[in-house]
Design a protein around this ligand. Structure first.
Ligand SMILES: [Zn+2]
Ligand SMILES: [Zn+2]
Length: 138
């Protein structure tokens, strides 16, 4: 048995793994309730900033950013919300990396046995990025 301290309330609980590490079941379900609140809030206030969501939903900015990284929260393209790509620091709407870095990584994987292609133009990259975003939503 793996007994740990909940990082939120400090109580001991039986660790069972899962998406929320170091949290007891009751704090996890409280956080899930909060997540639903935030989702509804974003739906009603698509132009709200992260700090606004944090204040109105009483949830930490760090937690909101974590949900964004986990791709559980999505924002419309005209929303002011953005987090930084972990590779290049570009503003992205969800996940860890921007479309450019994602396609660079995909190309690096795909090109291992191929000859290096000439650098594509920026225009092509943007087109590819748009297509990838479209595919992501499927
Ligand atoms: Zn707890
Ligand atoms: Zn990037």
């Amino acid at each position: 048995m793996d007994v740990r301290n909940c990082r939120v309330c400090g109580r001991l609980y039986n660790y069972i793994g899962g998406a929320y590490r170091n949290m007891c079941p009751s704090c996890v379900s409280a956080l899930e309730d909060k997540f639903q609140d935030v989702k509804i809030y974003i739906n009603d206030n698509p132009m709200a900033s992260i700090s606004q969501i944090s204040k109105d939903c009483d949830v930490s900015i760090k937690q909101i950013e974590q949900w964004i990284r986990e791709e559980r929260l999505y924002f419309s393209d005209d929303s002011p919300i953005g987090i930084e790509c972990e590779m290049c620091g570009a503003t992205i709407k969800s996940g860890k990396y921007c479309e450019n870095c994602k396609s660079t990584m995909a190309n690096q994987l795909g090109n291992v046995y191929k000859e290096k292609k000439p650098q594509s133009t920026k225009k092509t990259n943007q087109k590819d990025a748009a297509r990838m975003r479209y595919l992501d939503k499927q």
